[in-house]
Design a protein around this ligand. Structure first.
Ligand code: HMG
Ligand code: NAI
Length: 432
């Protein structure tokens, strides 16, 4: 299931035992397989991949930068193509878990992703409208004029096949107030699209109030990007999951997440472990994606619920599915200015925002399956805390050469706590 990169390199995401490579060997492997050159991958040498001058141009009142590790998830095949996927996360076991679940799906075809058109929406809120229902109809009658005025703001977007495709108008009312809210539906192609649609919304606002009446308050993107959905599905091998009993327990665990908001929040956090890590690694807007996902987690009955679904198929394997808004881009925002984000995009070899969205969903589903699988079996502590033990050993003061020995003792003693690590370290240093 190899994939040819843009420069015709062969990407094979199945790199057995990648964990035992040292950092230099991992980089060499990535350079060998992907379009990243040795010069490109050197951005990871700077502690944060970002100079102070670059940071100072990105946000305000800059003091410095914060480093977040970037790891590579292996074993991913998506729509028949292999990917080596950068994840930026401070949490141990996320990269391992995603790689593990991708390995479990790989033999059964990997992940299949698809998306709607990349439609983002802006809202223009009219207040104090005397005749809200009639205003709604007048605005819909002016559809062509409103769309043309909005499209004039972004000839570049229109030239690449995007632009406003439709409008809709809602009357939002309660006992306290009634608002007329016009939505612009904008195809943003390979952009995340917030700046693009906000520019349009501000430009048409006066004309919208002339037609609708009242006056304008809000003219801003909605992060409930429910017209820009990405879907992913994968079959996970029952044997590799741990057998029929773990499969059945996994279904019970997933069902509780559908029924119970307390469980759903944690289940969805596991999904976001994967999603936010790829979104961050590619310089995309984590808050925009997270807000969109949260808004999507409320089901038809108004209950906060699981974002994913797991079912057992006729072969006894698990079929996992995930459908989410995924407003990410390859142009604009930090994707174009952050050197590490650019390296991530080049490593992935993605050609469209839609392809990137499919990868992000696949990692979200993989991370979710991996977590629920261990919860349905041995519990999360062995795998997660085993990897977290490295942090604990370092916190206790272990040097690089001492960490492996301290971690081995913490796991053997089933006590992954700083006080115990300090005791073990003292013993090791004392020759006991
Ligand atoms: C941690 C594992 C994967 C171990 O699982 P394991 O079965 O011991 O793994 P293994 O040693 O048999 O290796 C299997 C594959 O996993 C990967 N792998 C395995 N270890 C590593 C490693 N060190 N570094 C890199 N890759 C690793 C790697 O791909 C490897 O294949 P290989 O390539 O070696 O042939 C498993 O226990 C697991 O998936 N745990 C879930 C961890 C998790 O979800 N972490 C997130 C933090 S917990 C949380 O935030 C959310 C949660 C859990 O509450 C969500 C929820 O409740 O739903
Ligand atoms: N509520 C939110 O989520 C908000 C987010 N933001 C920020 O907005 C930024 C993203 O805005 P964008 O409009 O994506 O950025 P942008 O304005 O930098 O880039 C988009 C522009 O790129 C041009 N373009 C060139 N080639 C294109 C192609 N192939 N496809 C699409 N457009 C192309 C178009 O003119 C388009 O308007 C992010 O940094 C985000 O953090 C800003 C305000 C609110």
């Amino acid at each position: 299931m190899n994939n040819r990169s843009k420069n015709n390199r062969s990407v094979n995401s199945r790199i057995a035992d990648f964990r035992s490579y040292d950092v230099a060997a991992r980089r060499a492997e990535i350079v060998r397989q992907t379009d990243l050159t040795e010069a490109d991958i050197a951005v990871y040498d700077a502690a944060d991949g970002l100079t102070i001058d670059q940071a100072d141009r990105m946000v305000e009142n800059v003091l410095g930068v914060i480093g977040i590790p970037v790891g590579v998830a292996t074993n991913f095949t998506i729509n028949g193509k292999d990917y080596l996927i950068p994840l930026a996360t401070e949490e141990p076991s996320v990269v391992a878990a995603a790689s593990n679940a991708a390995r479990i799906a790989r033999g059964l075809g990997g992940f299949h992703a698809s998306s709607t058109q990349p439609i983002m929406q802006a809202q223009i809120q009219l207040v104090d409208v005397m005749d809200p229902e009639a205003a709604r109809i007048r605005l819909l009658e002016a559809r062509e004029e409103i769309m043309a005025l909005a499209n004039e703001q972004d000839p570049k977007l229109v030239s690449v096949g995007g632009g406003v495709k439709d409008i809709s108008v809602r009357v939002v009312s309660s006992d306290q107030a009634t608002y007329v809210v016009l939505h612009l539906h904008v195809d943003v192609r390979d952009a995340m699209g917030a700046n693009a649609v906000n520019t349009m919304a501000e430009a048409i606002a006066d004309r919208v109030s002339e037609i609708g009446g009242g006056h304008v308050v809000l003219r801003i993107l909605t992060n409930k990007a429910d017209l820009r959905l990405t879907r992913v599905r994968a079959v996970f091998d029952a044997e590799l999951i741990g057998g029929a009993e773990v499969v059945d327990n996994l279904i019970h665990a997933a069902r509780l997440a559908e029924l119970d908001p307390y469980r759903a929040a944690t289940h969805n956090k596991g999904i976001m472990n994967g999603i936010s890590a790829v979104v961050l690694a590619t310089g995309n807007d984590t808050r925009a994606v997270e807000a969109g996902c949260h808004s999507h987690a409320v089901n038809a009955d108004g209950i906060y619920s699981s974002l994913s679904h797991f079912e057992k198929n006729a072969d006894g394997n698990i079929v996992g599915t995930l459908e989410l808004p995924m407003p990410v881009g390859l142009v604009g925002g930090a994707t174009k200015v952050h050197p590490v984000a650019q390296a991530a995009i080049k490593m992935l070899g993605v050609e469209s925002a839609e392809e990137l969205a499919g990868i992000i969903l696949a990692v979200g589903l993989a991370q979710n399956l991996a977590a629920v699988r261990v919860l349905a079996g041995e519990g999360v502590q062995r795998g997660h805390m085993g990897l977290h033990a490295r942090n604990i050993a370092a916190t206790a003061g272990a040097q690089k050469s001492e960490i492996d020995a301290v971690v081995a003792r913490l796991i053997a003693d089933k006590s992954i706590r700083v006080e115990h690590a300090e005791k073990v370290l003292a013993e090791i240093r004392g020759g006991n």
